[in-house]
Design a protein around this ligand. Sequence first.
Ligand code: ATP
Length: 267
Amino acid sequence: MVAVAELAGVSVRRGQALLLDNVDFVVDEGQRWVVIGPNGAGKTTLLQLLSAQMHPTTGVVELLGEYLGAVDVFELRPRIGVSSSAIAVRIPGHELVRDVVVSASYGVVGRWNERYDEQDYGRADALMREFHVSELADRTFGTLSEGERKRVEIARALMTDPELLLLDEPGAGLDLAGREILVATLSELCLDPDAPTTVLVTHHVEEIPAGVSHALLLSHGKVVAAGPIDQVLTSDNMTSAFGLPLKVGIADGRWSARMDIEHVPTA
Ligand SMILES: Nc1ncnc2c1ncn2[C@@H]1O[C@H](COP(=O)(O)OP(=O)(O)OP(=O)(O)O)[C@@H](O)[C@H]1O
């Protein structure tokens, strides 16, 4: 297997705070990972490392065969597609949806004077079809619903044909219908053998798309468990990560996690 990303003994420190604590994590080509953990576990910090936006304080990060610290990150970043609310807020509301998607090929948000060729527009149109937003191509980004925006953002993240796709809480803020449509779309993506290696962060196990093969459970900056999803998303591991008795299950391909009221400690 070829490692697309490899973290070895990685820690990230800010002042007294240890955001990641001696993390080892390997993502092999073709795998689809979900990263889960309580608030403050270090998920966003991990994605910042994986998107070459941050360097570790100690340890080694290898991305797409290059070592962070020994590579020009501006050459590395276009090879990594990212969809996150931090990027979405930079997209001007007056931008046409087609331009939001196509402008990723220049690594810009908001069109200026770049020239795109037919191939760029062809790819943008194909991605908009794939993510069921073709009919929105001539609408402005600011007029879209949250669910529609998320799908446009993911189409944009795929525009450069990245080798690694990072999705930071794609289901956040969606209503039930929006979430279900997004999960279905992401399931198609994760089940597509031609789709890039993917790492998805979510707070809700219900949002894990079909096709996700591996899970990383983080808590307080440390790895609680990592590996094939069935071995990681167990009631014991989730209980340990969240510090609350949890019952975890899967039915019809969808995960669920509920507080295990029989095992809640009494005061
Ligand atoms: N610059 C910083 N200085 C000090 N602490 C920081 C800094 N940046 C982040 N932290 C802390 O590091 C921890 C990990 O943050 P991170 O955003 O990676 O967690 P997360 O798992 O993404 O959390 P959430 O689920 O709430 O988004 C948090 O406790 C956060 O407050």
